[in-house]
Design a protein around this ligand. Structure first.
Ligand code: FAD
Length: 402
């Protein structure tokens, strides 16, 4: 195949085909449809043209931040503090559309809004919310969330970082691994164990605090634009008013994680729908044995399997969002959605990559980027196995973690 033919095949291939086989849109409010269209247009015009290059270089596209600011999509279900009000379904649609274009941008926003801002919103006092959230809502200050440690990922409940009260201050020591944005962001919500009562507490560390250092994790082949960090906390001394007052144990941390698992379900669905649509378009353009490959029964069967999975994921997400808006979501409902959507999305991306043959492994056709990025989504916010153990315990009454 010549370069020109490759270019023609790839032309506009990441653009949305509005896959919505069971009329998901019919379940959305006018505001939610407006939000979806706004983010989709933005993603296709502003992000799609730049993401492959940044992904390849492994650099974060700082040029996107002012544009994201203008879009007014820092929302989630939080109220006030300059935050754009939106339903849980609306916030899910934002994640769906951002990840449909690129997982690194979606994850950047997920960490900033769903993890860092929500931690301050859920676990902070009114004064603490006022102090940090307005700047974060404007993307003037960017946040990170530091729970995982080198020796404690799935069992982060056993985290070893310590916080020791010293008069009006706390002294924090320990190491964290993986927090996204943490290499360059402004505020980092750090979880550490109080040496007095052994409970997990939350602290807002600022990037210039003496004793805080964050080193970029290199060699990542997934979410390459996200700057994940290895963090060292070496006698980081912060005033007591930077301890988030409503975090008094690990169950409080879990309140934050429930919302973000919902967001990973939406994000996975965005990746899957992108991969399916690219495979469909490609199959109609690419001819072999004298006809488009879309005319082959095996290819159609793969496309239908992908569509079935994508449609199920869309329905999962919409229903989960509705239940969140009604305050009726449980931890395990969010865990099941995260499990189902992330595992299915990984499978859909792999099938799509097969449909594209050799072109499937190039960045030009986007599918491989989605497939690589899905590997991180299956793992973060609790691996697929851990979600399965959470739901398994719920339905059998038997814990199988240890
Ligand atoms: C790209 C990326 C971004 C991330 N961002 C953040 C972030 O912003 N903030 C943050 O705090 N953390 C972050 N994380 C960390 C993430 O949440 C952890 O990687 C995840 O929880 C898994 O922990 P682990 O990597 O230590 O794997 P491990 O816990 O070591 O697990 C290894 C394997 O063992 C399995 N396993 C573990 N326990 C059991 C069990 N009881 N039964 C059966 N199988 C088990 C796991 O499912 C997995 O397959 C990020 C990770 C990645 C990869």
């Amino acid at each position: 195949m010549t370069d020109q033919l490759t270019t023609d095949l790839a032309e506009g291939i990441g653009r949305s085909r509005s896959t919505d086989y069971l009329n998901m849109k019919g379940m959305l409010s006018d505001d939610e449809i407006g939000l979806l269209v706004k983010v989709r247009d933005f993603g296709e015009s502003e992000l799609l043209p730049i993401v492959n290059d940044y992904w390849e270089r492994g650099e974060f596209p700082f040029e996107a931040i002012p544009k994201l600011r203008e879009l007014r999509i820092v929302g989630d279900t939080m109220q006030g503090y300059g935050i754009t009000p939106m339903s849980a379904v609306g916030q899910g649609l934002v994640s769906y559309e951002l990840n449909r274009i690129d997982g690194s941008i979606g994850t950047f926003m997920g960490v900033h809004v769903g993890l860092a801002m929500q931690s301050i919103y859920i676990l902070g006092s009114e004064e603490q919310r006022q102090r940090w959230l307005p700047d974060m809502a404007e993307l003037q200050k960017i946040g990170a969330f530091a729970l995982t440690e080198p020796d404690h990922g799935s069992d982060s409940v056993a985290l070893e970082a310590t916080a020791t009260r010293d008069g009006d201050h706390w002294v924090i020591n320990g190491r964290k691994r993986w927090p996204g944005n943490a290499v360059w962001c402004d505020v980092i919500v750090v979880f550490a164990r109080d040496t007095a009562d052994q409970q997990v507490k939350a602290f807002v560390v600022e990037k210039d605090d003496p004793g805080y250092s964050a080193t970029k994790i290199g060699g990542k082949v997934s979410l390459r634009m996200v700057q994940n960090a290895d963090i060292v906390l070496d006698d980081v001394r912060i005033p007591d008013d930077r301890r988030l007052v409503n975090c008094n144990g690990f169950p409080d941390v879990a309140k934050v994680l429930m919302g973000t698992r919902n967001m990973v379900a939406w994000a996975s669905t965005g990746h899957a729908v992108a991969a399916y649509e690219i495979a469909l378009t490609y199959s109609q353009r690419r001819s072999q044995f004298g006809k488009p490959i879309a005319t082959k029964q095996v290819i159609q069967s793969q496309l239908v399997e992908m569509l079935g999975d994508v449609t199920a994921m869309q329905l999962y997400c919409i229903r989960l969002g509705q239940l969140l808006d009604q305050g009726e979501v449980t931890d395990t409902m969010a865990a099941l959605a995260k499990y189902f959507c992330s595992v299915k999305a990984r499978h859909v991306c792999r099938m799509a990559r097969d449909v594209l043959g050799g072109n499937g492994i190039t960045l030009d056709f986007h599918v491989m980027r989605h497939m690589c990025d899905m590997e991180a989504l299956v793992t973060y916010e609790g691996t697929a196995e851990i979600q399965s153990l959470l739901v398994g315990r719920e339905i059998t009454g038997k814990g199988a973690f240890a």
